[in-house]
Design a protein around this ligand. Structure first.
Ligand SMILES: [Zn+2]
Ligand SMILES: [Zn+2]
Length: 367
């Protein structure tokens, strides 16, 4: 009898489930188990599946003590800075070599010559779609030439709104900065943008320095990125710990000139990158640095010195003790350049002790 009742109940549930157009309520059907991420995560571009054969390549072009990056995705192109004015022909030749005669987007991160100078060369050999630059009060020959080249193509400068998103092939590009309004501090007017391609991402910060990094962190954007184009050529005035903790880069690319007069990249910046465990690529040591993403992972090719010591510690490892950082939960060899302040240290007598204590090895000194 009970069996029949149960059957009847089941049948009624089934019939009612079919006869109504409303979605089944949780009381009628147990909710399907979902991984927590699926419930908590907001729909992100990472979930978009990429078309067959799609790729994204970023060329960090060696322009010495300057910045230039060419992004190619599914036949679309974005040039982010063009190096110094004297790099104009180098940039033009680079575009020609890759067969690029049209740039969907040109981004002048800020008006300093080492970023805007060579864009004139690019605009001499390639047509452009949208040209972005921040509002700026700077006047210089390099910037004036750029403006002239833009005008020659009957284009106008667009000042991007932070938060806005554009697409480049299958990737999406979000403008994250500048947060700061036009200021005399030109570096902090830098356009900051994040490119999301499948599950991989790249963050470009121009020459933005501490104050602007803080503004960007405070604005609440998702800054996490696999690749960080290190701000301001590795100057100590950029790449703060708080910013790095939000970006958590696996790879850091420093566009910097050999034997430059600015002490770039600064040892303190390199030390922070070591502490973060980021693998560093440098144009001064390796020439052009080319990153290719398949949407899941990123591979790098460099023009030269693939295995260069891009971020070495200076002292040979000692034995015996290991030093943990109670904040980052990383542990180091005692001679690591990224040792925490005395008050944030914990000492381990063996590697095992550190690992068992929940500490992970520093990516640089590799204890
Ligand atoms: Zn600058
Ligand atoms: Zn610069």
């Amino acid at each position: 009898m009970r069996k029949i009742l149960n059957l009847l109940l089941l049948t009624m549930m089934f019939v009612s489930g079919c006869s109504t157009t409303e979605p089944p309520s949780p009381t009628e059907h147990p909710p399907t188990l979902q991984p927590t991420e699926a419930i908590t995560a907001t729909p992100a571009p990472t979930e978009v599946s990429l078309p067959e054969g799609s790729t994204l390549t970023v060329h960090f072009i060696d322009v010495g003590q300057a910045d230039a990056a060419l992004v190619l995705c599914d036949g679309q192109t974005m040039l982010i800075d063009g190096g110094n004015a004297q790099d104009s022909s180098l940039i033009a030749a680079y575009l020609k070599k890759l067969g690029v005669d049209y740039l969907n987007y040109v981004v002048c991160t800020h008006a300093h010559e080492d970023h805007v100078g060579g864009l004139s060369g690019a605009l001499s050999v390639a047509g452009a779609g949208t040209v972005y630059a921040p509002e700026t009060a700077v006047e210089s020959d390099a910037y004036d030439n750029f403006i002239r080249k833009v005008a020659e193509q009957n284009l106008q400068i667009t000042h991007p709104e932070h938060g806005s998103v554009i697409s480049l092939g299958s990737s999406s590009v979000q403008f994250i900065g500048p947060i700061t309004e036009a200021t005399d501090d030109v570096n902090n007017t830098s356009i900051v943008l994040k490119i999301q391609y499948g599950q991989t991402s790249f963050l470009f910060t121009g020459d933005a320095e501490y104050d602007e990094e803080l503004n960007i962190v405070d604005a609440g954007y998702d800054l996490s990125a696999d690749v960080l184009k290190v701000g301001h050529h590795g100057s100590d005035s950029s790449t703060s710990y708080i910013f790095l903790r939000h970006v958590m880069p696996k790879y850091a690319v420093i566009s910097v000139g050999k034997d430059n007069n600015y002490d770039h990249p600064n040892e303190k910046t390199l030390s922070r990158l070591r502490d973060e465990g980021a693998e560093v690529f440098r144009t001064d040591l390796q020439g052009d640095v080319i990153a290719t993403s398949d949407g899941e992972s990123i591979s790098f090719v460099t023009e030269r010195n693939e295995t260069a010591q891009t971020n070495p510690t200076e002292v040979k490892a000692a034995e015996g003790t290991y030093i943990g950082n109670i904040n980052s939960k990383k542990f180091h060899r005692p001679d690591c350049n990224s040792l925490p302040a005395e008050k944030n240290r914990v000492y381990f007598s063996s590697r095992e002790e550190a690992v068992n204590g929940g500490y992970t090895p520093c990516g640089n000194c590799r204890p």
